[in-house]
Design a protein around this ligand. Structure first.
Ligand SMILES: N[C@@H](CCC(=O)N[C@@H](CS)C(=O)NCC(=O)O)C(=O)O
Length: 213
């Protein structure tokens, strides 16, 4: 398999965590987002969305969208499972993951931020304020849920990591890039610490990647 990756991409970071949890180490290709390599013809031929990650399977299929890739990995490589065993638990875990992947992350994506500063003329301070604002809106709701729901354990759901944790850790890393104050989110920080104690999470961190700058 081959992962199209970028060290700072939080969507790619999710897939790196899942791959490592599954004990998989695919070949890597690095798509330099700040230099616009995601919009080069060769990459668009692979993934017309011009987003990372993409995963080329060992049979040559091109998989896109981090959560779709992770669920595919979970179905094909069963251990350790990244979703719980019952439908009632899975809907909770998916809702937590999607609250990050659909409702926070797209608002701080490179192309959205470039549109703010380029097309709309926002200053860097306004762009960072936008970024922090939408992280806070999402994190406040997650903190409330995770803090009060009994299904929360050492991780977002119970005693083992799931796709919810796989989304949470990269989004917290993103928010630190704009100096977001995370002290209002003690439950998120406690879960993040539990995740980062696992090598699969720690080794997937942006600073540990071969293309890190
Ligand atoms: N929903 C997609 C999001 C992918 C995404 O937004 N990737 C970002 C990096 S985290 C990207 O490639 N951005 C390039 C751009 O905005 O031009 C997924 O989960 O895979």
């Amino acid at each position: 398999m081959k992962l199209y990756d970028y060290f700072r991409s939080s969507a790619a970071y999710r897939v790196r965590i899942a791959l490592t949890l599954k004990g998989l180490a695919p070949e890597r290709a690095f798509v330099h987002l700040r230099r616009g390599a995601q919009r080069a013809d060769d990459y668009l031929a692979l993934n017309p969305q011009g987003l990372v990650p993409s995963l080329v399977t060992d049979t040559g299929e091109v998989l896109t969208q981090s959560l779709a890739i992770i669920e595919w990995l979970d179905e094909v490589y069963r251990e350790p499972p990244l979703l719980p065993s019952t439908a009632a638990e899975r809907v909770r875990v998916r809702a937590l993951a999607l609250a990050i992947a659909c409702d926070i992350h797209p608002l701080n994506n490179t192309r959205v931020l470039a549109y703010l500063t380029g097309t709309l003329g926002a200053t860097d301070a306004q762009k960072d304020g936008w970024y922090r604002y939408w992280c806070d809106v999402g994190f406040e709701a997650l903190e409330t849920r995770l803090g009060r729901e009994r299904a929360t354990g050492a991780f977002c759901h119970g005693a083992t990591p799931t796709i919810a944790d796989i989304c949470l850790v990269p989004q917290l890393a993103n928010s630190r890039r704009v100096d977001l104050d995370l002290t209002p989110y003690p439950t998120l920080l406690r879960i993040e610490a539990a995740c980062l104690a696992l090598p699969a999470f720690a080794n997937a961190a942006p600073a540990k990647q071969p293309d890190a700058e």
